[in-house]
Design a protein around this ligand. Structure first.
Ligand code: EPU
Length: 422
């Protein structure tokens, strides 16, 4: 699978409609939340991507019965048969850390391997561990694994020193089964957290403060199962909005919540892209003459780090110098080297990329380093003259459902070589 390559013959205009899939980063914590209850769950709109398959495998290893089909996933863990989330299953994703809180909360003991995921910089988990420890878990960390054990978690008041998405999700889930009240301050505000709260409330959890920085959770002795439809993937939506912003392209999207990418839409309007937004649809038409912009990545509702690589590719086609300041991760410019190999002129100074446009791109063999970088390189290949081969393309399939197929339906000349069934 790791020989997967994507072959693109560039300069075909994209035109048509895309249905946006469910959000990977909502479905991941929501599947981890299944651990909190013995009862059955039904999920709809779970994207068929590799990171979700990893989470399902890890749940199976804990004792989950899983049935897929009919566009839904039914899952239940009547009994925890293993306290282990092993490296060989989860090494490519953030699944293990999301399982730590729920597993120690329900089972009193958890042993999870260090989380993997994209190599985009330091991905610390100290606030997850500090919070769980304050709740009464004894945390031990060795080279490969983290273990947590407890006779029962208790509610705490905890202020996250910095915003963390999975950190907020982890402590929130653990607190639902703790004794007493937990107050979490300076919580992240990403829509995926709101969707997780909706699921937990359906399970019987008592949580107030949704969509605010302070969450109050009244612990319960047990939780029930639930039926839940995962929200649309705002990063996939943003990626297709950017794809539609190149000259000659025109794309409409359905099954979306446009306000989740307001920060991107505001920038694109300033750059001169034509957008029509309705309650659950977006129509984008790329024109000539887009202008440069300056963008800073920030926690939600700021501009998401998960869209900066893709926007960088668009900025190569803006007349003048654009800038992107990356403030969330300290190694998230790996796409820049590869875009420059296609002919882009991008320089990096510490946390800032300066993109000089307009540069025509020419197809070459390039290599993707992480999930969102892969999408940026595919966008580069789509506008490049000639043939581009993106290697290491399994990264793309970790988080984008059927991207080559969706692009082909829009008119791209794109094929997957070597193993991955698109
Ligand atoms: N941080 C700490 N200590 C912690 C936790 C985080 O210092 O205990 C720091 C990190 O080192 C980083 C920053 O805080 O510099 C933000 O990290 P965060 O914890 O918010 O990131 P994450 O939860 O590991 C999630 C998404 C990422 C997305 C980031 C930021 C999931 C499964 N992953 O990661 O998604 O980039 O939030 O929005 O939800 C992707 O989908 O491509 C992806 C990388």
């Amino acid at each position: 699978m790791h020989n997967t390559k994507i072959l693109i013959k560039g300069r075909r205009h994209l035109n048509g409609h895309v249905k946006i899939s469910g959000a990977k980063n909502a479905a991941l914590p929501e599947l981890a939340a299944v651990i909190l209850s013995q009862k059955p769950f039904t999920f709809k709109n779970v994207p068929d991507v590799d990171d979700i398959q990893v989470m399902l495998e890890a749940l199976k290893n804990l004792g989950a019965d899983i049935h897929t089909g009919n566009e839904e996933i039914r899952v239940r863990i009547p009994e925890i048969v293993s306290h282990l989330v092993p490296k060989k299953i989860v090494e490519t994703s953030r699944a293990s850390i999301l399982m730590l809180g729920p597993l120690v909360a329900r089972n009193g003991f958890a042993e999870v391997s260090f989380p993997g995921g994209c190599p985009i910089g330091d991905r610390k988990i100290n606030f997850h561990l500090e919070g769980l420890s304050k709740m009464g878990a004894d945390i031990q960390v060795n080279e490969d694994n983290i273990t947590a054990s407890t006779d029962g978690l208790t509610g705490i008041e905890y202020r996250f020193p910095h915003k963390t998405v999975t950190g907020t999700e982890n402590l929130l889930m653990a607190a639902t089964l703790a004794t007493g009240t937990t107050i979490l301050k300076n919580c992240a505000l990403e829509p995926e957290i709101g969707d997780l709260i909706d699921l937990l409330i359906k399970m019987g959890a008592q949580i107030s403060g949704k969509n605010t920085e302070t969450l109050e959770i009244f612990g319960s002795p047990s939780l029930s199962g639930a039926e839940h439809r995962v929200i649309p993937d705002r990063i996939e939506m943003g990626t297709y909005v950017i794809a539609g912003s190149f000259e000659g392209n025109e794309i409409s999207m359905s099954h979306v919540i446009p306000e989740h990418i307001d920060s991107l839409l505001n920038i694109l309007v300033k750059m001169g892209v034509s957008l029509k937004v309705s309650d659950n649809g977006i129509h984008v038409r790329g024109g000539s003459g887009i202008v440069p912009a300056e963008v800073v990545t920030e926690p939600y509702p700021g501009f998401p780090t998960d869209l900066q690589a893709q926007l960088t590719t668009l900025m190569t086609q803006a007349a003048g110098n654009s800038k992107i300041h990356e403030t969330i991760f300290n190694n998230r410019f790996q796409h820049v080297h590869e875009l420059n190999r296609l002919g882009a002129e991008i320089s990096i100074d510490h946390d800032t990329a300066v993109i000089s446009g307009i540069t025509p791109l020419t197809g070459r063999d390039i290599c993707s380093t992480d999930l969102r970088a892969s999408a940026a390189l595919v966008l580069g290949g789509l506008i490049a003259d000639g043939e581009t081969v993106v290697s290491n393309a399994h990264q793309l399939f970790r988080g984008y459902e059927n991207m080559p197929r969706k692009l082909k339906e829009l008119g791209a000349d794109i094929a997957v070589l070597g193993g991955e069934d698109e």
